[in-house]
Design a protein around this ligand. Structure first.
Ligand code: AMP
Length: 117
C-alpha cells in the first residue's frame, strides 16, 4: 500500500490540518517553507494526469478552505503538484503542496528553463 494511503488509514501518523470525507491535508514531514502542507484525495489516484475533473471540482474548495485554516488565504501561497518522473514526483498518490508563510522565491526556475534554449 502506498505511504499516503497508510496515512489515510492512520497506519502512519500525520499532523492533520483539515479533513473531509474525501480529502485530507497534513503537514509535510520535510518542509520547504514556513508553512508546507500536503493535500490529498483519500482515494488512491496516482497523479494529476490521471485525475478526473470531478475530483478537482471537489478538491478546489477543500484546498481553498485549507489555505484559510492555515491563515495564508490573504497573504498568498504557492500550490504545486509534481507529476511523473520529469516532474519530480516521489510519492505516487496525487498530492498538492501548499507553501506559504513567507515571500517565496521563484528565480531558481530560470536555471533549468535556460538549459534547453
Ligand atoms: P513529491 O516529490 O511531490 O512526490 O512530494 C512528496 C512529499 O511527501 C515530500 O515533500 C515529502 O517530504 C513528503 N512526505 C513523504 N513522506 C511523508 C510523511 N510520512 N508525512 C508527511 N510528508 C511526507
Amino acid at each position: 500500500m502506498c505511504i499516503f494511503c497508510k496515512i489515510v488509514e492512520e497506519e502512519i501518523p500525520s499532523n492533520k490540518v483539515n479533513e473531509s470525507d474525501e480529502f485530507l491535508a497534513f503537514h509535510d514531514i520535510n518542509p520547504k517553507a514556513p508553512i508546507h502542507v500536503l493535500i490529498i484525495p483519500k482515494e488512491h489516484i496516482c497523479c494529476f494526469q490521471e485525475t478526473p475533473a470531478e475530483i478537482m471540482q471537489k478538491m478546489t474548495p477543500f484546498i481553498q478552505e485549507t489555505a484559510s485554516k492555515l491563515g495564508i488565504d490573504k497573504t498568498g501561497y504557492r500550490l504545486i503538484t509534481n507529476n511523473g518522473e520529469d516532474g519530480g514526483q516521489e510519492v505516487h498518490h496525487l498530492h498538492f503542496h501548499i507553501l506559504g508563510g513567507a515571500k517565496l522565491k521563484w528565480d531558481h526556475q530560470k536555471v533549468d528553463a535556460r538549459k534547453n534554449i
